[in-house]
Design a protein around this ligand. Structure first.
Ligand code: ATP
Ligand code: MG
Length: 601
């Protein structure tokens, strides 16, 4: 993002302060990064030295591993990284962290690109009329990473260790006991270099040896006890093919990726806090060797998003998909961004959510209702209204023919949105027979019931006042038809229509012009608020009733609904025309969120 006000969510006003904003503001005030140069693309110290001073005030990055679909937790990271870059005159890079050869897939790469775009962000940098695209892949840096490893070896900061994995684990020690030096630790740089090149040249088996940083086997931080930085792995990489049979470890690769890209603030989740000393150690060594530009990036940790009733591990989401617990990655019950989108979520709602939950340094759980509240708020101000009858039973107006004329239909209308007159009005008919919701009639009303029961008057919303006279039932006692009479001269919007006072107003759709539609009512996917906390088996708390498919009748204005269009079905909630299955000929609507929060109850 280059322009400071692009993509500002309509509903978010002043940005709440957070500790990351304070750090960035401090760095900008101190000029921490003003000496940095930018070579126009990622590169080593020499590459950047040849460029002009970096026009981006800060650089952040979103670095997904392309091994699954992005979820709401990633959305927090996306909104944070792209949002900070936007707000502080910087750029956020989209970087595919594809250093692990086994798991990447082009399907995921494409889906991630689509998702970040859809959320309202892009990775174009535009300064002084020059545009560039900051979309990178970490595997393009393998050559540099290899060079950095050779440098560390030559400077005496790394060695090839041939201990077995088991011996290495035991000799690492634990919190109570310092580690024990490997017998290979005192090899000379020349010996190590020769061995490392043999590793690269495929002269050793997978797992036979690793390259380790030489730091401190007695460090209280176990991550500094000579961490492995390169391993032998014969695997074909989607980008580099069979060029390499050694691959860098994530903890080695990530700081280098950040530094090559001139990242200033490298934001990650709290579990990486213990890795920060190694991040700094590595970049300090490579800057001191003149390989990387100084000052190098800094890592800051924030609390990951934990959302109640949701799991956000890609592995667990994949299990739901592959075990057919849901209908694919974009199932509207999934917390994936594609799932939320199909459920009716908008980029505005997700941005608002990310803003509202903020960033902190301590882990906590966010209530699912917070996410739903953001959707409700954004849809309330924008979604066209419509009437829908979800559980239809026929209402017959027995005096219609006498009052209005046999077979007559009367025209009714309503605003598309109560507060947006510019959206115009919608019209529909009323006739002798209309559909109403089964729950709006009670033969024997419970206390406080103001809708249809024999002898009671209600208004058909935007239509007339009617008086209930009874019902027709089948042998089992199921109501087949509700009967009522029209009260003349009470049509909404006509003079004197409100002289007859009623306590209840019900929604309805005429039999004459109602459209049948499939409606998918979604509920939470898990019954347990923390389905996978403490290593719990999350599949055990799957909600067996998370999807209910019903046949509804909707008002005729919905005939022109297009996939992804969102509506408020009056009195019911917010619904979206399903982006996969909805067609004009076969309308399908998904429940996005109810009108009121029902989660806390
Ligand atoms: P998963 O455990 O689901 O595979 P991950 O962290 O391994 O997630 P990556 O693709 O490596 O997934 O993540 C890309 C970025 O998204 C990282 O910077 C990571 O910190 C961030 N991220 C992932 N999950 C969350 C979350 N729940 N809350 C906030 N940020 C997250
Ligand atoms: Mg990961």
């Amino acid at each position: 993002m280059s322009s400071p006000d692009a993509n500002t969510p309509a509903t978010a006003s002043a940005k709440p302060s957070n500790f990351l904003r304070q750090i960035i503001e401090h760095d900008l005030a101190e000029g921490t990064y003003t000496a940095r140069r930018w070579g126009g693309s990622p590169g080593d110290a020499a590459h950047h030295a040849a460029g002009a001073s970096d026009p981006a005030k800060i650089r952040t990055r979103f670095p997904p591993e392309p091994n699954g679909y992005l979820h709401i937790g990633h959305a927090k990271s996306i909104c944070l990284n792209f949002g900070l870059a936007r707000d502080y005159g910087g750029v956020c890079h989209l970087r595919f962290d594809d250093t692990n050869p086994e798991k990447e897939d082009q399907e995921y790469v494409n889906a991630i690109i689509d998702t970040v775009h859809w959320l309202g962000f892009d990775w174009k940098a535009s300064f002084n009329g020059v545009s560039s695209t900051c979309l990178y892949q970490a595997s393009d840096y393998f050559d540099f990473m290899y060079r950095a490893a050779e440098y560390l070896i030559q400077a005496g900061h790394a060695y090839v260790d041939e201990q077995s994995a088991e011996a290495m684990r035991i000799n690492r020690g634990d919190f109570g006991a310092p580690g024990v030096d490997s017998p290979f630790r005192s090899r000379t740089p020349a010996e190590n270099l020769a061995r490392f090149r043999e590793m690269r040249d495929g002269r050793h088996e997978d797992g036979a040896m690793v390259l380790r940083a030489k730091i401190d086997m007695a460090s209280p931080n176990i991550n500094l006890r000579d961490p492995a930085i390169y391993r032998i792995r014969r695997a074909t990489h989607h980008n580099t093919g069979d060029k390499w049979c050694i691959y860098p470890m994530y903890t080695f690769a990530h700081p280098i990726e950040d530094a090559l890209e001139n990242i200033t603030h490298s934001l990650c989740t709290l579990e990486f806090e213990d890795q920060r000393p190694f991040y700094d150690w590595l970049l300090d060594r490579l800057c001191e060797g003149g390989l990387l530009q100084a000052p190098h990036p800094h890592q800051y940790e924030f609390a990951r998003l934990n959302l109640t009733y949701v799991v956000t591990s890609k592995r667990k989401l994949a299990a739901l998909v592959y075990d057919h617990k849901v209908n694919g990655w974009d199932d509207p019950r999934m917390p994936t961004i594609v799932g939320l989108r199909r459920r009716g979520y908008t980029p505005e709602a997700i941005q608002l959510f990310a803003e509202r939950i903020g960033v902190t340094k301590s882990d906590s759980w966010i209530d699912y209702s917070t996410l739903e509240g953001c959707l409700r708020e954004t849809l309330d101000v924008s979604a066209p209204r419509a009437m829908a009858v979800l559980d239809p039973v026929k209402l017959v107006l027995t005096n219609w023919d006498a009052v209005m004329g046999a077979g007559a239909l009367d025209e009714c209308s309503a605003p598309v949105h109560p507060h947006l007159p510019a959206l115009g009005r919608r019209s529909f008919k009323i006739g002798k027979e209309v559909w109403i919701d089964r729950s709006d009639f009670e033969e024997t009303p419970p206390k406080g019931f103001f809708r249809l029961f024999p002898g009671n008057k209600v208004r058909l919303k935007y239509g007339h006042v009617i008086e209930c006279t009874g019902c027709v039932k089948d042998a089992a006692g199921k109501v087949l038809e509700v009967h009522a009479t029209l009260v003349p001269d009470t049509k909404s919007g006509t003079p004197g229509s409100d002289t007859v006072k009623v306590k209840g107003v019900i929604t309805w759709v005429a039999v004459a012009d109602g459209i049948p539609a499939e409606v998918r009512l979604y509920d939470r996917l898990f019954l347990d608020a923390q389905p996978d906390a403490g290593g719990k088996e999350f599949l055990a708390s799957l909600n067996p009733n998370s999807l209910k498919v019903i046949q509804a009748v909707v008002e005729p204005s919905l005939a022109s609904a297009k996939a992804d269009d969102k509506f408020q079905f009056e009195r019911h909630g917010y619904f979206v025309a399903d982006r996969v299955d909805h067609t004009g000929g076969k309308p399908v609507f998904n429940l996005a969120v109810g009108l009121k929060d029902s989660w806390g109850k």
